[in-house]
Write a protein that binds this ligand. Sequence first.
Ligand SMILES: Cc1cc2nc3c(=O)[nH]c(=O)nc-3n(C[C@H](O)[C@H](O)[C@H](O)COP(=O)(O)O)c2cc1C
Length: 371
Amino acid sequence: MAHLFTLKKVGAYTLSHRVVLAPMTRMRTIQPGDIPSPMMADFYGQRASEGGLEIIEGVSISVPARSYLGAASFYHDGQTEGWKAIANAIHAKGGRAFMQLIHGGRQSHVDMTGGVAPVAPSVVPFEGVAFTKDGFVPASPHRALEIEEIPGIIEEFRVAAQRALDAGFDGVELHGANGYLVDQFIQDGTNKRTDAYGGPIENRVRFLREAVEALISVWGADRVGVRISPSGQWGGISDSNPEATFSYVAQVLDGYKLAYLHVIEPRIKGDDTLHEDHPPVAVKYLRPHFSGPIIAAGGFDGASAEAIVAAGDADLVAFGRHFSSNPDLPYRLQHKLPLTPYVRAAFWGGDEKHYSDFPAWSPTLEPTEAE
Ligand SMILES: Cc1cc2nc3c(=O)[nH]c(=O)nc-3n(C[C@H](O)[C@H](O)[C@H](O)COP(=O)(O)O)c2cc1C
């Protein structure tokens, strides 16, 4: 673990290790109003470490941006105290927290958007799901955004970024992955527009650029990261030439001197492993196009994380599922201690059980079985 546990400068911050908490929507806000709950502050506080980076679950920037009942959002003042408590819990242990900002686009349902049709760059048949009071349900039919509406959404990204700053976070991450709105603009399977936001890749990254610039206007580039998922399949997304598209995206983002680029490997589909035996490929072809820190994510364990940092293909590694059940994951990896298996049944909503009740390692910790 000689490479994972070394200092790394990431934008404005010097981190003391390279084990990052990946963003995970766990649907534990208080309803109504998506109020961040005390158990969320417990969860993030437990996973904080001195000089470690946590990326907070996708936080919707407005009501129409929401996709999942119980998921996080930050668009009204009543949420501020809850978010402050989360930032404070992380800072109390010397950790850093970037809030992931998301617009779900077509991955939504009228019950979540305040009754209006979900929006997307274009209308393209979509068979995905949203999560409402009735559980996972088919997404509602979406409509294409009018070009005049786009500045309003960019402004919502800016306002949410300002809220994150005011609540005491250390930076923001733009969710450009997993088939949500930003990704829907980037990839040509979902972007059929013929105006300045569609067609050639230079146009398809316009929405991404404008959103990134809105976040930078609040935070400065060294406190802004972007997450992408080249060849990812979550959200029914597709592109005719992912390697060319995402190499271009990486070049564009490189121009901003961001804190980091966060890359999900295509062996992962959202919350699940599609190809157990696939090596990391996306960071390999993106590395030459992005000169700043790269966070790799998706399907890593301690050994493969150490290997990818040692090889120089990534600078940091984000862990999702293993971090969900191992609050002290950096410590366990560093000391090669056994990992507690994660509990998939508790991923999408629930209470403290299998969320904020996983113990840190101790010599008396009993081994548990996955459920
Ligand atoms: C329950 C759950 C919720 C997730 N929510 C998000 C999210 O809000 N934003 C995001 O970018 N990725 C999300 N992901 C994907 C993870 O960040 C990560 O990419 C994925 O779990 C693969 O990494 P792993 O193999 O270390 O678990 C989620 C994953 C899980 C398991």
